[in-house]
Design a protein. Structure first.
Lengths: 206, 121, 319
């Protein structure tokens, strides 16, 4: 915790983050649509500055009692660092396995394959979309499995978070005609918000 | 002759970006709308001969707006400007009467190219 | 200009040297999955020289790689121009290499994470892919050991030490879940409670160690007669409980009688003593009047009380 940091975002900045996320998630959805041969329903991304312990509430697309699985992946570049979390409602896996055309029984290890496949696409494309618009380059760490078949609290409270405030972008993807529901969360650290705001102001003043 | 141009997007930032991307020297009168309902109203008031329309918006989204323009036979040339670049989204807006599709983030050349192609500029 | 390109050349030469010495596996594959680049990490761990693998199919050279699986991942990289990550949790390794620490390492082989990156041409088409192989053996082994330790802790926290049955806390959780399931789906399950008749006398006459043996024997009899789906627990000192899933009271009664007779006919031998003992049982089938799983237990307990009143060594259904 750094008491000198007291980050805020203005309404204009929030709007700008939302628009940038909107463009990035569209690019990610396009890749997913092409891989699965489906139409992805695009939501309006939700941008919030929140305390990390409020994270669960930020996940509006998923009920706290749902059984979920998730992965997370760190990224860093040009002074902007954060993590991307992809959280799947476990009820989605049946339909995803059909779409990804994996044979065999839907067990834990197949679910992990599906989770990783979708995470690779959504996280990779979304980060690339954001980086391009901000004119930065992100390095991505290796994804980590947060958990399988747990509830939200178990999934995201297992870690002891060091930073207290985060800029959270929530994108709730659904696929037309299928029972597939997943939440992509992009979380930026407190330090990153300052760097981001500088970048954003540049775009706003342009 | 001044062309009434309507820019419809729920994001203030995106509206500004779009306005900045209009070709230099084009004589326009720009009106802004935050959703489809406001856009339809403006078009009825003659403020949207050329419309730049976003797809994902609250209240009334772009698809619904296009359907309304078509069913009410309103006079507007609609260019969709969207982050939803899935093939199906393009197809849908074309079939709903949009003259073209520009993917976000918008750039100046693309807007000018389309406007020239359709004889607007 | 000449000195500039000489400088560039030197830099590229140094960079190549660094890449060769990087302690990470680097492989480049073409569209047909033929090996185009093979760095020294790959050479050392596989024992194959670059000239031995060059232009050879990855799948022909390394039969341990599941071709369908790898193609599934790699094709999306070719198609979407988007990198893909795989972790040791999906598959422990891509290439079956020995542990980097052959003497003190705990794992036999090298756990690997892999990244598949698109290598494009100028027109954006992906013509080759790069494979980066990381040795994550230590992380993986620690994780696996930690998980085993946590699983064991979880098991211990659910289990009654003496009998190996579920303890009261965990068993009640199970009953709570079964209660909700029945209410939701309308299925019929029963629960049974039983205790050892005159157990205090057993303890007094034969001593506590023998008493413990009797408690274990009853649990064993219960275990033998259980079906796969039944959930048994030790409820108190000499009290036992069972959830009989998808079982009516009538069917539960048959089960209870079988258990009662088995126990009656199986004396316990301990320290040259033989103890004959019996049990009394109570059964309650779920019904609309039962508002909670606690109430369900009370109903079964009332049936058990009737068995005691009726002279012990018998089973009754709550009605």
């Amino acid at each position: 915790m750094n008491p000198t940091l007291n980050v805020t975002i203005t309404e204009d900045q929030r709007d700008c983050y939302q628009e940038i996320s909107n463009v990035a998630m569209g690019q990610a959805a396009d890749l997913l649509a092409r891989l699965l041969d489906v139409h992805v329903i695009l939501p309006i991304p939700v941008v919030n500055l929140l305390e990390v312990n409020e994270l669960r509430m930020a996940l509006s697309g998923i009920e706290s009692t749902d059984s979920v699985s998730g992965v997370c992946q760190g990224f860093i570049g040009n002074g902007i660092s954060g993590e991307a979390l992809l959280i799947f409602n476990d009820a989605s896996f049946g339909d995803i396995s059909k779409l990804l055309k994996y044979g065999g029984e839907l067990d834990n290890s197949l679910e992990l394959e599906l989770l990783m496949d979708v995470a690779n696409i959504l996280i990779g494309a979304c980060l690339r979309g954001i980086a391009e618009q901000l004119d930065v380059v992100f390095s991505q760490g290796h994804p980590i499995v947060l958990g399988q078949h747990v509830n939200l609290a178990e999934l995201i409270n297992a870690n002891n978070y060091r930073w207290t405030k985060t800029l959270a972008v929530e994108i709730n993807y659904k696929i037309e005609g299928f029972d597939i529901n997943c939440d992509l969360l992009l979380l930026f650290t407190e330090e990153a918000i300052e760097a981001l705001n500088t970048k954003i102001n540049f775009l706003l003043d342009d | 002759m001044t062309t009434p141009v309507l820019i419809c997007d729920d994001s203030n930032f995106a509206r500004k970006q779009m306005a900045r991307s209009l070709p230099d020297g084009w004589d326009v009168d720009i009106t802004f709308a935050c959703n489809g309902e406001e856009a339809l109203q403006a078009i009825k008031e003659g403020k949207g001969e050329v419309v730049f329309l976003d797809l994902t918006m609250p209240v009334m989204d772009g698809f619904e707006t296009l359907a309304n323009i078509k069913s009410q036979d309103l006079n507007a040339m609609v260019i969709v400007v969207s982050g939803d670049i899935q093939p199906e989204a393009r197809q849908r807006v074309k079939s709903l009467g949009a003259i073209d599709f520009i993917k976000k983030p918008i750039n100046k050349n693309k807007a000018e190219l389309i406007l020239k192609e359709f004889g607007i500029l | 200009m000449g000195t500039q390109s000489a400088e560039d050349f030197k830099e590229i030469h140094s960079l190549m040297g660094m890449l060769q010495n990087l302690d990470v596996g680097l492989v480049i594959l073409d569209r047909e999955y033929k090996i185009q680049l093979w760095n020294s990490f790959m050479e050392s761990h596989s024992g194959l020289m670059p000239y031995q693998v060059r232009d050879k199919s990855l799948f022909e050279m390394f039969s341990e790689i599941n071709e369908d699986w790898f193609r599934h991942k790699a094709e999306s990289v070719f198609l979407l121009n988007n990198r893909a990550f795989t972790t040791w949790e999906q598959r422990p390794y891509l290439f079956k290499f020995k542990n980097y620490r052959p003497i003190t390492g705990k794992a036999e082989f090298m756990y690997q994470n892999a990244t598949i990156i698109p290598l494009g041409s100028a027109d954006g088409r992906v013509e080759r892919i790069g494979l980066i192989i990381y040795d994550v053996t230590d992380v993986a082994v620690n994780r696996v050991e930690l998980k085993a330790a946590n699983d064991e802790l979880k098991r211990l926290s659910r289990t009654d030490r003496l009998t190996g049955l579920y303890n009261r806390g965990f068993w009640e959780e199970c009953l709570g879940r079964e209660f909700k399931r029945c209410k939701r789906t309308g299925s019929v399950s029963s629960m049974m409670i039983f205790d050892i008749d005159h157990f205090k006398k057993v303890n007094d006459e034969y001593g506590h160690p023998t008493g413990d043996e009797v408690i274990k024997a009853a649990a064993e009899a219960l275990n033998i007669s259980l079906r796969e789906t039944d959930v048994a627990g030790r409820y108190g000192g000499e009290e036992y409980v069972v959830i009989l899933v998808n079982t009516s009271a009538e069917q539960a009664m048959i089960y209870a009688e079988r258990l009662r007779k088995l126990i009656e006919q199986t004396p316990v031998s301990h320290l040259n003593q033989t103890v004959n003992y019996t049990v009394s049982l109570g059964i309650a089938e779920i019904n609309d009047d039962i508002a909670s799983h606690e109430e369900w237990i009370e109903y079964a307990d009332k049936a058990l009380y009737r068995s005691k009143e009726g002279g012990r060594n018998q089973a009754n259904v709550y009605s």
